[in-house]
Design a protein around this ligand. Structure first.
Ligand code: GAR
Length: 190
């Protein structure tokens, strides 16, 4: 049974979906929720669930949190986590940290490209498709190896909120099953 920590900074819809998907799984379970944001919606989402939610300050408690993660989980999943993952974390969890990005990388990634900003950029680009990228995390924003991408059609100038809602639907449909497949095909073979 692989133990998962989910890191989230925002509302936590992906964190909840991951938690529920693995609730009855024999393969893995969400053991810990971690946030850097004491006001994040993810905290109230998990109030009545049987999973610890830890709040930490990455600028002062990074090493302490890394030690906690090393002793309690095998895999880290980012779900709307807005901070860069430091090098000692990517080293300790080499090839075992996965992120979901709300666009088709390598486009619309990098520092400052998160949430609605990504969808606004897609809207202004004239692109005919957007989607999600599920990828391994290294010490640079959005540059790790791609595990899977899923696409959706958009129209040039389509409002960012509409693109976001299509992309969020893809996230809900694909993040957890893609992680499950990756654990089966890659992690459990190591
Ligand atoms: C999601 O759309 C996720 O893809 C995005 O933030 C949102 C978090 O929503 N992540 C990024 O932009 C990372 N660069 P949630 O808190 O409801 O899961």
């Amino acid at each position: 049974m692989f133990k998962i920590a989910v890191l989230a900074s925002g509302s936590g819809s992906n964190a909840q979906n991951l938690y529920e998907y693995f609730e009855d799984s024999q393969l893995a379970r969400v053991e810990l929720i971690v946030t850097n944001n004491p006001k994040a919606g993810v905290i109230s989402r998990f109030q009545d669930k049987n999973t610890a939610v830890l709040v930490f300050d990455p600028s002062t408690d990074s090493q302490e949190m890394l030690n906690k993660l090393k002793s309690s989980v095998d895999i880290i999943l980012l779900a709307g986590y807005m901070r860069l993952i430091p090098k000692d974390w990517t080293k300790a969890f080499a090839h075992r940290i996965v992120n979901i990005h709300p666009a088709l990388l390598p486009k619309y990634g990098g520092k400052g490209m998160y949430g609605r900003r990504v969808h606004q950029a897609v809207s202004e680009s004239g692109d005919l498709e957007s989607g999600i990228t599920i990828h391994l995390v290294n010490e640079r924003y959005d540059e790790g190896a791609i595990v899977a991408q899923f696409k959706v059609q958009v129209t040039p100038g389509e409002p960012a909120e509409e693109i976001e809602s299509k992309v969020r639907a893809l996230e809900q449909e694909h993040y957890a099953p893609t992680v499950a497949k990756w654990i089966k095909d890659v992690i459990s073979q190591q």
